[in-house]
Design a protein around this ligand. Structure first.
Ligand code: PBG
Length: 430
């Protein structure tokens, strides 16, 4: 969103909050119930600051003693009414050096002088509508905590997941991306479970769309959760990841997800030519309306460690360096971006997020398409760990990191902080 006029009650989290919160929250209208200036979200009652176009003046009209002409005449005659005196110059501490002020034509600090001025000149905004919430699902009925990702769970697809989605929607996060934990017995070298129409992901999509028809569901297209080798593609005897054969499987996977009701399919596998092939496969089945978010610049990163623990999807051998990009490379992101654009991608994604801000900016400047950034598991876990150890202020670092991704040029951000950050933007306390 470049600039937005949100036709909703704007809730500035109190004026004194300006100094502590440099972000401004907007509540989603759909979940609001108004009763005398208070609103109740998830059962809790909170103060609402409704911004009106004009204040009502009737009833507050002061008794008029002098006409305008008489007031003006008094001033002209030199009898100006009293106003507070010019404020005294604030004293500097004893010992402050007495110097000649610099002759500066520009003092950038002037525009940062007060909370209101800082708010006026803020260049980047962030809102819950910018978030996509990644959710881990499994066949179980209970939610199991993910050790390496404090606050994240493998959610039961029929219970915990549905509740988590409801919580997210309550604070304006209406987009999710699903990651399945697949039973080992269903994994195979060719990952065929990936296109089982009654597999965990398609079943979950159907359930969520039934409950929340307007929910935006992104899916992950890659074989790793379904591969007995833990790779994103089919592994040949000599360890080579087979490109075109993998893409064949990915097309079936994407179509199966689209059939279940997915809105955006997101190939994260980094095979060559998969965007065009998936586009063709979707169109051939009548899914012209299903979007493709391509993981355009996905790096072979160590920041994915906690995610692989969450899904138990570590490669059984080797690494992903023959398909994911070398973290040392910048120009190569352009090669990928040009291909994905030409093949019909609707959204270009950069992953990881914060260590790759230059790549986000590069794609933002080079492409007219929307840009997504993925704040990955390792980025999330580091902020969480720092917060738990009281080394950093978790909430502020969280909000700053998300704002920086937006500043670099990301339209949307896939983040495990989506719910927590949206609550924060809505002025809810932890
Ligand atoms: C796999 C996939 C990965 C992530 C998203 N999709 C891991 C990988 O490539 O090994 C990582 C997400 C994260 O770390 O949060 N297709």
């Amino acid at each position: 969103m470049g600039s937005t006029i949100v036709n909703a009650p704007c809730t500035v989290p109190s004026v004194k909050g300006f100094d502590t919160l440099y972000y401004v929250g907007l509540r989603p209208t759909s979940t609001l119930r108004f009763n005398s200036g208070r609103t109740s979200i998830s059962g809790r009652s909170q103060r609402l600051f409704v911004v009106r176009a004009s204040e009502r003046h009737d009833g507050h009209v002061k008794k008029i003693e002098m006409s305008i002409e008489e007031c003006e005449a008094a001033v002209v005659a030199g009898n100006a009414p009293e106003a507070p005196p010019v404020p005294p110059k604030p004293a500097a501490p004893v010992g402050t050096p007495v110097i000649q002020p610099f002759q500066l034509s520009r003092r950038p600090r002037r525009n940062r002088k007060s909370p209101a001025l800082r708010a006026s000149f803020q260049e980047t905004s962030i809102s819950p509508a910018n978030f996509v919430y990644p959710l881990f699902i499994h066949e179980g009925q209970e939610d199991t905590p993910i050790g390496a990702m404090p606050g994240c769970y493998r959610l039961g697809w029929r219970h915990g997941l549905v509740e988590e989605v409801a919580k997210a929607r309550d604070v304006g996060v209406n987009s999710i991306v699903l990651f399945p934990k697949v039973p080992d017995a269903l994994k195979s070298p060719t990952g065929d479970e990936a296109y089982n129409d009654n597999g965990l992901v398609p079943r979950t999509i159907r359930l969520l769309k039934d409950k929340y028809p307007d929910l935006v569901i992104y899916t992950d297209v890659a074989l790793d959760p379904y591969s007995s080798d833990g790779h994103d593609g089919i592994v040949r005897e000599d360890g080579v990841i087979m490109n075109d054969e993998t893409v064949h499987q990915l097309c079936k996977q994407a179509v199966s997800q689209a059939r279940a009701g997915a809105d955006v399919v997101s190939p994260s596998d980094m095979m060559d030519g998969r965007v065009g092939a998936i586009r063709d496969a979707l169109d051939a089945e009548g899914f012209h309306h299903v979007s493709i978010m391509s993981y355009t610049a996905k790096y072979a990163s160590s920041f994915y460690g906690p995610f692989r623990e969450a899904l138990d999807s570590n490669p059984r051998f080797g690494d992903k360096k023959t398909y994911q990009m070398n973290p040392a490379n910048y120009r190569e992101a352009l090669v990928e971006a040009h291909e994905d654009e030409a093949e019909g991608a609707d959204i270009l994604l950069v992953k990881p997020g914060l260590p790759y801000l230059d790549i986000i900016r590069l794609l933002r400047d080079e492409s007219p398409l929307p840009i997504a950034a993925y704040q990955v598991s390792g980025e999330y876990s580091m902020i969480k760990a720092g917060g738990v150890l009281k080394m950093i202020d978790e909430e502020r670092v969280m909000m700053e990191s998300l704002m920086c991704l937006r500043r670099a040029g990301a339209d949307i951000i896939l983040t495990y902080f989506a719910l927590q950050a949206a609550r924060c933007l809505c002025g809810e306390k932890r």
